[in-house]
Design a protein around this ligand. Sequence first.
Ligand code: IPM
Ligand code: MG
Length: 360
Amino acid sequence: MNKKIAVIKGDGIGPEIVTEAMKVLDKVAAKFGHTFEYDQLLLGGCSIDAYGEPLTDETIARCKASDAVLMGSIGGDTNTSPWYKLPANLRPEAGLLKIRKELGLFANLRPCLLYPQLSGACPLKEEISAKGFDMLIMRELTGGLYFGARKTEEVDGVMTAVDTLSYNENEIRRIAIKAFEVAMKRRKKVTSVDKANVLDSSRLWRKVVNEVSKDYPEVTLEHMLVDNSAMQLVRDPAQFDVMVTENMFGDILSDEASMITGSIGMLPSASMNETKLGLYEPSGGSAPDIAGQNKANPIATILSAAMMLRYSFDMTEEADAVEAAVEKALDDGLRTGDIMAEGCVKLSCSEMGTAIADRI
Ligand code: IPM
Ligand code: MG
């Protein structure tokens, strides 16, 4: 198959980790007889430096003309980078939110699983980590507080800021359907996370999720309040299969979930719309403190590329091969610094990419 991939290396460690994912994709292409054509584009801080804005119309158009988008990370140090002196709508993150909206990527899949090889890196008590866990956070990505009206103004002499949390039933229904569909291919359990004891948007969320669940009688549905969910994630993460939630809750809970896997450097993500065009990126940030040092963990990006093969290209065997190669590298005791353990071999970012490509 011939596929066109828009590649956004981005800022910070982005270029290093995406280069390794491309190395792995090239190996997949050679082994399985595919052609992957890369269209390299700028988004975030590097786009601000080159074009004066974090995302250009040209970049949006070229992403739309691709079969999938593979992305590294964007943004810099918010305390020191000149990008954060710009108005909010011209900062790196504004580009990321805009591409999500432009491509209609309403469903963000963040799988969090504890690899047995890395259970020592899990910060939870051994009696909890020993049980392992394998969950998928399905985060709504184009609604809620991130995209509601906002303003900062003086009201009766007092500075006042407003952000709006709004969802309509259609937005809730389509993400709920995605969650149940994915659950059908997993352990058939959906935990819907909300704050229905306080928020109207959560009460509507709960009502619509209940309606959708009627079409999936095989799937067990439970509702959980977001504060309790934060607690349950560290108390008993094994209880979760698919967790579906709104944008902001999902942002926060997915960082918490990533931490208990040992390193955010292990977590891929896929952002999808109703078509096959998805955007694939590691869940972690641009880590400006270690950028350019060839020591970042490329595994999250490599696993994101595997998700791209699986969901956008329907290349199941190829995706399995990439995931198996990652496991093999871990089995062989190969580690980057963030997941290093006694008795293992510490590799650089590029060495890890090569090691995984070699195992395909
Ligand atoms: C994420 C990130 C982004 C978000 C930031 C960079 C805007 O934290 O993808 O989780 O909040 O969605
Ligand atoms: Mg986040």
